[in-house]
Structures are given as structure tokens and as C-alpha cells.
Design a protein around this ligand. Structure first.
Ligand SMILES: CC(C)(COP(=O)(O)OP(=O)(O)OC[C@H]1O[C@@H](n2cnc3c(N)ncnc32)[C@H](O)[C@@H]1OP(=O)(O)O)[C@@H](O)C(=O)NCCC(=O)NCCS
Length: 347
């Protein structure tokens, strides 16, 4: 048995933030951002009115409708995000509530795999469908990065890259020969976990990282503090990234994991009809495209309009490509992602 995408949808907030707009908060330029990342603009959700879950719910409703089912037909929820509404519980249960499907008490799983979250979620859903456990899985990737970014000069290398948005798919057992997910490949290497990370707030208490730096109290004192005054004073509550290490590793791991998937199913890069990479950085996608020798028309890039939306980037790009008629029945579609962890994967 295979798993098919029965419905897909995406939602991005209305508010467009151009590179020029960012120059009023930080020392940056439109040229710098375009040249290094390809990004021209991104969307920001409305503070206090929207959240990661509300964006995810909007995308989910579209995917559910396109699958020709009702929210009550969903029998499992998977939610991938790095910018959840709450530290806990996760967005899965909040989405269940927002969709009004609490009566069936279906399972809700949150996955925290950042940029590879959608590919990991797809693989998890695929296993549940293939074993016959579930028939209608809702997988959502959603992010509201704008709430957690550092808009000072210090945060500029990270902040200019990220945007808000959501994408969703409904997964069902495939009903036709040759249809559905052929394979998924998942990997990780925690060696550089802190090189693309938001480590605060967290339970590390400075462990391995130098307690003093974070202003934690004497370790003998019972109880802990997730957030210290020093973290706030020293601006240690936003994401950090060693950009060049991420870039160098990504351009190796993307082709590797794509070739792994192709080899597993006896195909080659020339068989790919549509390649939807995680929208990390246009330069990374272009590099991977060159290594794989894919013509430009086979590669879906929309980072120019939305920035990097992490767990939402693949479902948004796939949904847009499908709406534009770029993904047709029978096409061989390749999805691949790399990001924080490092974790990476392909489908
Ligand atoms: C982030 C990235 C664009 C930075 O490009 P880079 O060429 O590596 O740039 P560097 O970090 O070496 O910085 C170069 C200079 O630009 C400056 N700079 C950083 N951000 C800037 C910004 N937004 N605007 C203007 N200048 C900026 C730096 O301070 C540095 O200045 P200096 O030379 O005076 O010290 C690049 O490393 C990258 O794309 N990495 C991958 C990131 C990614 O894909 N992340 C998502 C993973 S899922």
C-alpha cells in the first residue's frame, strides 16, 4: 500500500514586508539580501490576532476541502513547527480544537524538526497509512517566525531570511497503481546542533554552554529558570545561525539525500519532473539544481516572495506549484529539506 496526497493547501498572511521595509529596523540593504539569499519580500502575521496554529488551520481547511472530506473525517493530526503558540502543549491539539474536531479525540502529534519537519511528517504519516492504522491524516507545517526574530542589527543575518506562512496536506491510502509516495529518507547529525538554533528558553541551564553566559543561579538551588534577566539583557532569546556552515553542509546533504531516494526506487535525476526543495536560500537551491543537472523549469522556487518559512516552505511551494498546474498526475515529484539539527530528508 502507498500513501497519496489527496488534498493540499497553503495560507500566507496578507502583510507583505519588503527588504526595503527591513532597512528601517536594522542596518541592511535590499541588494545584500537579494544577492545572498534571493529573497525580495516575506509575509508577517498580525501580532495578537494570528498565531502559528491559526495560520495552520487556514491551510488545513483548504487541504481538507480539496481532499473532498470534512474536518471530522481526519483520524490523525501531525503538526510540524519551530515557532509553536506555546512552549507546551504543542500546536497539534490547538489545531484540533480550532478545526472543531475535538469530539472524536483523534491523536495529535507535534514534531520539532524545523526545516525538515514536513518531510519527516510525511514519512511518519506514510508509515501509519501503509500499516492501515489511519485513513485520513492531516499534516500541517506552519510558522510564525516574526514573533521570535531579533530586529536589531545583531540579528540581521538571521532575521532577513525568515517569513511566516503555513501549508497542509491530507494523506490517504493511494487508490491507483503507480500513485503515491515511493520512498522517504531521513537523516540527522547533532554535531552542530547549536549552529542553527534557538537554545533559550530551555532546560540546558548552561550545561555544556557556560552557565555564566546565561546568568543561571547556583546549580545547588532547587528549581530552575527558563528565562534569566541576563538572557534578556544580552539578547539571548532569539535564533542564531552560523550561516556559512549551514550553507556548506546543505549543498552537500541535499544532493546526497535526493540521490539516496532515487537509488532506492531505481530512478535517476533525469526522471524527476518537479523538484520542490525546502526554501532555505535561493543560492542553495540553485547550487543543488546545478549539481543534479535539473533544468530550471523543473525546480520550484518561491523564496523570493515568502522568505524561508521553515516547516511550511515545502507544502507552500508544492501547493502553489500544484495550483499553477506545474505538478500533474503521474509526475515524479522530489521533495528535499535540510536544516537545524542538522536534520535532512527527502521524499
Ligand atoms: C546567511 C548568509 C546569507 C550570510 O551570507 P555570508 O556570505 O555567509 O555572509 P557572512 O555571514 O559571512 O557576513 C558577511 C558580512 O555581511 C554582514 N551581514 C550579515 N547580515 C547582513 C544583512 N542582513 N545585511 C547586511 N549585511 C549583513 C555581516 O555582518 C558580515 O559583515 P563583515 O564582513 O563586515 O563582518 C549565508 O551564510 C547563508 O545563506 N547561509 C545559509 C543560511 C540558510 O540557508 N539558513 C536556513 C537554513 S534552513
Amino acid at each position: 500500500m502507498r500513501t497519496k496526497i489527496a488534498g493540499i493547501g497553503h495560507f500566507v498572511p496578507e502583510h507583505v514586508v519588503t527588504n526595503q521595509d527591513l532597512t528601517s529596523y536594522m542596518d541592511t540593504t535590499d541588494e545584500w539580501i537579494r544577492e545572498r539569499t534571493g529573497i525580495e519580500e516575506r509575509r508577517y502575521a498580525t501580532k495578537h490576532k494570528e498565531s502559528t496554529t491559526s495560520l495552520g488551520a487556514k491551510a488545513a481547511r483548504i487541504a481538507i476541502e480539496r481532499a473532498g472530506i470534512a474536518p471530522e473525517d481526519i483520524d490523525f493530526i501531525i503538526f510540524a513547527t519551530l515557532s509553536p503558540d506555546y512552549y507546551f502543549p504543542g500546536c497539534g491539539v490547538l489545531l484540533q480544537r480550532e478545526l472543531g474536531v475535538t469530539s472524536k479525540e483523534v491523536g495529535a502529534l507535534d514534531i520539532r524538526n524545523q526545516c525538515s519537519g514536513f518531510v519527516y511528517g510525511l514519512s511518519i504519516a506514510d508509515q501509519f497509512i501503509k500499516t492501515g492504522m489511519y485513513k485520513n491524516i492531516l499534516l500541517v507545517g506552519a510558522e510564525m517566525h516574526s514573533m521570535g526574530l531579533d530586529f536589531s542589527d545583531e540579528g540581521r543575518a538571521v532575521t532577513v531570511i525568515f517569513g511566516d506562512g503555513a501549508g497542509a496536506v491530507v494523506l490517504q491510502p493511494a487508490d491507483k497503481e503507480g500513485q503515491g509516495i515511493l520512498t522517504t529518507c531521513l537523516h540527522s547529525d547533532g554535531t552542530h546542533a547549536e549552529e542553527l538554533a534557538m537554545i533559550n528558553p530551555g532546560s540546558h541551564g548552561g550545561y555544556h554552554l557556560g552557565t555564566e553566559k546565561f546568568g543561571y543561579p547556583d546549580p545547588a538551588t532547587p528549581g530552575g529558570v527558563f528565562v534569566t534577566q541576563k538572557m534578556m539583557d544580552d539578547n539571548l532569546l532569539s535564533p542564531n545561525m552560523t550561516g556559512q556552515l549551514v550553507f556548506k553542509t546543505a549543498v552537500v546533504k541535499f544532493p546526497e539525500v535526493i540521490n539516496e531516494a532515487l537509488t532506492k526506487v531505481g530512478l535517476t535525476t533525469t526522471d524527476i519532473d518537479v523538484f520542490v526543495p525546502h526554501q532555505a536560500n535561493l543560492r542553495i537551491s540553485q547550487f543543488v539544481q546545478k549539481v543534479l543537472r535539473l533544468p530550471e523549469e523543473k525546480v520550484v522556487n518561491n523564496i523570493q516572495k515568502y522568505g524561508n518559512t521553515t516547516a511550511a516552505s515545502i507544502p507552500i511551494a508544492l501547493s502553489e506549484a500544484w495550483e499553477q498546474g506545474r505538478v500533474k498526475e503521474g509526475d515524479l515529484v522530489c521533495l528535499a529539506a535540510f536544516g537545524s539539527g542538522f536534520t535532512w530528508g527527502s521524499a
